[in-house]
Design a protein around this ligand. Structure first.
Ligand code: G
Ligand code: MN
Length: 411
């Protein structure tokens, strides 16, 4: 693991020099900041192993500095350097063993505290990498830490938008809004959602996602739908079903995707809640069909308007007769049930051609467009003035090769 530098915050040039020299002679790389603001700017730009500060850095008090540092980096240990009278020892000053008080007069104690801080910093990073648990936080300190990371992830939440393209009409018919966060410790949607579930704060995510999605609809032509992912527990949030919530006001343009990955069975009255959403004008999709358990029984429980087929069934479908048979039957089943079908994760032209040959129309995947932060940019890249899909490699409408299909499926 690459060694990270120590950030020393002190406005007294004399003390700054003393501390930096002590650390450098112990082979630490040191970066100096003369104010709390300068320190926070540096912390926003890169990671440090340890932050060294006195109790009263200029601008803010030490605890406030700590609070602001924790917003950006929950792990970095802080060594508080105290004045002469209280010095000595490196005792922890809060419930997490990451805070140290060390006297600036005793460089040996000071350097030892920073060295311990650096070891804790490494351990915390290793733990973060390994920590995939989804149970409730193990201790109040863990809960505090997870809360801080979760708050940071919420503050840095944004949505990416990926086009869904009709092969028959050659137009973009919709976009899926996908959750993203710039909080490094909860960077993937599953990690972010697992933290929300652990803390009982999934509705914080759901409300932000829906507000962002509602705002994004303004950028879309009237005939383009927005697909918004719901966690099954979002169904229990009263805000979702309120007629005057931001998303409900544009419900007729929204398809709510419910993923089967998390269990809908744990939601009481799920069927009635979904029916209430339909009354508001929302359409409802089953997401990732084919990826989890209980997939097909959901067709009866949810009675979806749309089914989205998981990309696991699609990968390499052009060379896999079994996958072709499964998808062919699913397309037929959805036709019978009068359910629209969207196929996810189409990456290659060969997959696309095979799917079109099997009768698929609405496709989504990297072949047509990656999730993009700017929905306008995604539109500009894929839809011309007239709303026509412009990806040149697609060819015209439904012009697939019969040879893309194995004999027993063709005709
Ligand atoms: O579970 P859900 O279908 O909502 O998740 C969609 C995820 O799949 C998104 O995170 C998106 O970035 C990713 N994705 C979208 N298109 C493709 C694709 O063509 N290939 C792969 N591997 N991933 C994709
Ligand atoms: Mn989805």
């Amino acid at each position: 693991m690459k060694r990270q530098p120590i950030l020393v915050v002190n406005d007294d040039a004399q003390v700054q020099k003393l501390l930096s020299r002590a650390l450098r002679s112990a082979r630490f790389e040191v970066v100096a900041a003369e104010s709390a603001k300068a320190a926070l700017d540096l912390l926003a730009a890169r990671r440090f192993a340890v932050v060294v500060s006195d109790h009263h850095p200029p601008g803010v008090d030490g605890i406030e500095l700590l609070r602001r540092i924790r917003r950006g980096d929950i792990d970095v240990p802080l060594v508080f350097v105290t004045g002469p009278p209280s010095g000595g020892g490196d005792g922890a000053v809060d419930s997490r063993p990451v805070l140290y008080a060390a006297s600036q007069l005793d460089t040996e104690v000071f350097v030892a505290a920073v060295a311990r801080g650096e070891r804790l910093s490494r351990l915390a990073r290793i733990r973060r990498t390994l920590d995939t648990t989804a149970g409730p936080p193990r201790s109040p300190a863990d809960a505090l830490e997870l809360t801080a990371r979760f708050d940071s992830a919420c503050a840095k939440l944004w949505m990416a938008y990926q086009p869904i393209v009709s092969q028959r009409s050659g137009t973009v018919v919709g976009f899926e809004a996908l959750l993203r966060s710039d909080e490094p410790s909860l960077a993937t949607p599953p990690a972010f959602l697992a933290a929300g579930e652990q803390l009982g704060r999934l509705e914080d995510i759901g409300r932000r996602v829906r507000a962002a999605a509602a705002a994004a609809i303004a950028a879309l032509p009237a005939n383009v739908e927005l697909f918004v992912n719901l966690h099954p527990f979002d169904l229990t949030d009263a805000e979702l079903a309120m007629p005057d919530s931001p998303l409900s006001r544009v419900a007729s343009r929204v398809v709510l995707e419910i993923t089967e990955r998390a269990s809908l069975d744990r939601v009481r009255d799920a069927k009635a809640r979904i029916a209430a959403l339909r009354t508001l004008g929302f359409r409802v999709a089953i997401d990732d069909l084919g990826a989890g358990y209980a997939g097909l029984s959901w067709l009866a429980t949810v009675e979806p308007d749309v089914v989205k087929i998981d990309m696991g069934l699609i990968r390499g479908i052009d060379a896999d007769v079994k996958r072709q048979q499964v998808v062919y039957c699913l397309i037929g089943l959805c036709e019978k049930l009068d359910v629209r079908i969207v196929i996810e994760g189409v990456e290659t032209q060969a997959e696309r051609n095979t799917l079109v040959a099997l009768g698929a129309d609405y496709l989504q995947g990297y072949l047509f467009g990656r999730p993009e932060r700017q929905i306008g940019r995604a539109l500009a890249g894929h839809v011309g003035e007239s709303g026509t899909h412009q990806t040149p490699s697609l060819g015209e409408g439904c012009d697939y090769e019969e040879s893309d299909l194995p004999d027993r499926l063709a005709g």
